[in-house]
Design a protein. Structure first.
Length: 116
C-alpha cells in the first residue's frame, strides 16, 4: 500500500468544556440507536448495598461491630451503575475500539518489559 505524504500541517488544540467529567468504567454496554449510531453506556459494577444495617456502638460512640444487614432480596446481588453514555457512528466506534486495543496492548507490553 502506498503511504501518502503530508503536504501541509495543521495544529490541533484540545480544550475541555466546563461540563467535562471523568468517570471510572468497569465495563460498557453498547446498543444501536434507531438512526444507526452506537450508544455505549459505561458502568461501574459493585455489590448491591444493603437497605439497612445494625451496628454495634461502644460506650465511646465508636462503631465496633456490624450485627446485621438487610437486603431487598434474600441475598445481595450486584449493580451496574451507568455513569455516562456516548453516542457515535459505527466508523468512529471502530476507530475508538482499535485505539483502545492498541493502547492497552502497548501498556501491557511496557508492563511486561518492566517485570523482566
Amino acid at each position: 500500500m502506498d503511504e501518502e505524504k503530508a503536504v501541509s500541517k495543521v495544529n490541533v488544540t484540545f480544550r475541555k468544556t466546563s461540563s467535562y467529567n471523568q468517570f471510572p468504567a468497569g465495563g460498557v454496554w453498547c446498543t444501536r440507536t434507531v438512526n444507526g449510531q452506537i450508544l455505549c453506556d459505561f458502568y461501574l459494577e459493585s455489590e448491591e448495598p444493603p437497605e439497612s444495617l445494625v451496628l454495634g456502638i461502644s460506650d465511646k460512640g465508636k462503631q465496633v461491630s456490624e450485627e446485621a444487614r438487610k437486603f431487598s432480596d434474600d441475598a445481595p446481588g450486584f449493580m451496574r451503575t451507568v455513569l455516562t453514555g456516548v453516542v457515535m457512528t459505527p466508523e468512529v466506534a471502530e476507530i475508538v475500539g482499535q485505539f483502545l486495543v492498541e493502547t492497552a496492548r502497548g501498556m501491557k507490553n511496557k508492563e511486561g518489559d518492566a517485570n523482566e
